[in-house]
Design a protein around this ligand. Structure first.
Ligand code: ATP
Length: 373
């Protein structure tokens, strides 16, 4: 059970339909966000992430379900608090800065109901926090994309909202700037002790910025957990594949062990009979195959991708292929006969026919929330 004491936002069974003929685009979505936690909603295009965020922001009504912030109901079938009265800040993909205003004026814009001197003080304080004090007189077009994004974050933080909602905030930045800006945004949110929901389709972004991730597929949250949990212990084939490269094997389980096309493999939990297992390429290693150690489960290296600090091998097995990700000291080349050895237990996946239904737990053990810096 989640610690309600630490719970800031609670979304329960959020459901949204845009048409009565079609299935809901958001389907009984439930999650919580803890104080000072960054929670990412991660999923492919069209899965319902933005609609979920828009319901939390108040831009979209829910058909069913409720949203509570700090114990106060913002949304339920009988209540709708307007966006400006919800006490949340927004950061959009396109920054939405006013082009004719300076950085300082942009940040001051959202500060209402306080004296002129307080406004000035608060805006300067927040510019200090985001490391943009020296740029206070510049107009948005005189800033890089990453700097503009930080100003947008500053403007959202300035009125001290209860939480920040961010919709694909880094997608307009090039790859290098995206990485540095997301590190910086995480630092700023943590320093400001701010909770946030980040909507993204980029798994690396969610893994590196968020404390917990809710993985969404076709309107449903299919797994919630820390980055490590959703990456290393995916519940379903969809989560395993969406979070990065993985090997999916059919296997015959006999308790904590199974027989697969790479031979015997340990499992993360007991299972019996035919199962689908997932093992990440970095959890496998290679050994040279010899007549003595190869008992029908060896493979042949089909491709070797040297990337400096590591190597990715594609191995052709008797049944299917397998990817192995090793450090750069592995001496094998294309055509070598090898044995694939697991370094970690494989993860037993839920059968796809038993995809998440509201009665099943989608929460992994960390669901009391993690708000580490
Ligand atoms: P993306 O990453 O591409 O932004 P998303 O996961 O955020 O996708 P949503 O924008 O929430 O997805 O859209 C979910 C589904 O709802 C899509 O099929 C979309 O076409 C549909 N949809 C969204 N807004 C509306 C609307 N106002 N009217 C009708 N359909 C809509």
């Amino acid at each position: 059970m989640e610690k309600s004491m630490n719970c800031l936002l609670r979304a329960t069974n959020l459901t949204k339909r845009f048409s009565t003929q079609d299935p809901p685009v958001v389907d009984r979505v439930s999650f919580t966000v803890q104080h000072e936690e960054i929670f990412a909603i991660l999923g492919p295009s069209g899965c319902g992430k933005t609609t979920t965020l828009r319901m939390i922001a108040g831009f979209e009504r829910t058909d069913e379900g409720s949203i509570q912030l700090n114990g106060k109901t913002l949304e339920c079938p009988y209540t709708h608090i307007s966006p400006e009265r919800r006490g949340v800040g927004f950061v959009f993909q396109d920054y939405a800065l006013f082009p004719h205003l300076t950085v300082l004026e942009n940040v001051k814009f959202g500060l209402t109901g306080i004296s002129k001197s307080e406004r000035e003080y608060r805006a300067q304080e927040i510019l200090e926090l985001i490391g943009m004090k020296a740029y206070h007189n510049r107009k948005p077009h005189e800033l890089s994309g990453g700097q503009q994004q930080r100003v947008a974050l500053a403007r959202a933080l300035a009125p001290k909202p209860s939480m920040i909602l961010m919709d694909e905030p880094f997608s307009n930045l090039d790859a290098v700037l995206r990485q540095s800006t997301r590190n910086e945004v995480r630092r700023i949110l943590k320093e400001a002790k701010m909770s946030a929901i980040l909507v993204t389709h980029d798994q690396e972004e969610a893994l590196s910025v968020a404390d917990r991730i809710g993985v969404m597929d076709q309107g449903r949250l299919v797994q919630i957990g820390t980055p490590e949990e959703v990456y290393y212990r995916p519940k379903t084939k969809f989560v395993a594949q969406f979070l990065g490269r993985t090997n999916l094997f059919s296997a015959q389980a006999t308790g904590l062990e199974a027989h697969s096309n790479i031979g015997s493999i340990m499992l993360d939990k007991p299972a019996r009979g035919d199962v689908m297992i997932s093992i990440r390429p970095e959890h496998l290693t290679l050994e040279q195959a010899t007549p003595a150690n190869c008992s029908g489960t060896c493979g042949v290296i089909q491709n070797r991708e040297f990337k400096g600090h590591d190597i990715t091998y594609l191995i052709k097995l008797d049944r299917g292929d397998c990817i192995v990700h090793t450090d750069n000291r592995m001496p094998f080349g294309v055509g070598d006969n090898v044995i694939v050895r697991p370094l970690e237990p494989a993860v037993v996946l839920d059968n796809d026919s038993t995809r998440y239904t509201p009665d099943q737990s989608i929460f992994t053990s960390s669901d009391t929330g993690k708000s580490s810096a």
